[in-house]
Design a protein around this ligand. Structure first.
Ligand code: GAR
Length: 196
């Protein structure tokens, strides 16, 4: 069985979409894959409670309790590795990762970013897309590499930017597409890992 570990920082709506897709599409039976654990760097992440209702191991590891980025990443790596992950899924995990952490999960860690990469890496993507006068925006699922938001693109979804959009309205339009493409990209990634 290929174990999937999901990392969140907030509401975890992408995590929910992935867990629900895994159940509805019977990934355990058909793909030999299962979501086993959810970690958050923020103890108040609301997604943790939902994950527990699904019977998932859900733990927070508060980054503020660690002296350095390296110490936090090392502890997180140990916690993740206890679940023998085939794939680590970043789902709104709002942390810059150390090169050591990224290297440890090379080829088996994916992220979703709320822009059409390579445009608008980093934060405040929706406000920046509106400010730039973009007619289209979207989301990108990509492999995680040492350079922030720059790994190989696995999937993208495009939405229009409408004349009266605020960043919040655009974010909500993009998020519904994230919930569609992220589970699908993960299923394809798992299939690719299985055929290696
Ligand atoms: C999503 O829009 C995701 O693309 C974004 O955070 C949101 C998390 O929502 N990720 C990033 O900005 C990563 N740099 P969720 O917690 O409801 O899934």
């Amino acid at each position: 069985m290929k174990n999937i570990v999901i990392l969140i920082s907030g509401s975890g709506s992408n995590m929910q979409a992935i867990v629900e897709a895994a159940r509805v599409q019977r990934w355990a039976e058909k793909q030999g894959a299962q979501v086993v654990a959810v970690f958050s760097n923020r103890p108040d992440a609301t997604g943790l409670a939902w994950a527990r209702t699904q019977g998932l191991a859900a733990q927070s590891l508060d980054h503020k309790a660690f002296d350095s980025r390296e110490a936090f990443d090392h502890a997180l790596m140990q916690a993740i590795d206890a679940f023998d992950p085939a794939l680590v899924v970043l789902a709104g995990f709002m942390r810059i990762l150390t090169p050591g952490f990224v290297a440890h999960y090379a080829g088996r860690m994916v992220n979703i970013h709320p822009s059409l990469l390579p445009a608008f890496a980093g934060l405040n993507t929706h406000a920046r897309a509106i400010e730039a006068g973009c007619k289209f925006a979207g989301a990108t699922v990509h492999e995680v590499t040492a350079e922030l938001d720059h790994g190989a693109i696995l999937a993208q979804a495009v939405v229009p930017v409408l004349p009266d959009d605020t960043p919040e309205v655009l974010a909500a339009r993009v998020l519904t597409q994230e919930h569609r493409i992220y589970p699908q990209a993960i299923a394809e990634k798992i299939a690719a890992l299985r055929s290696r």
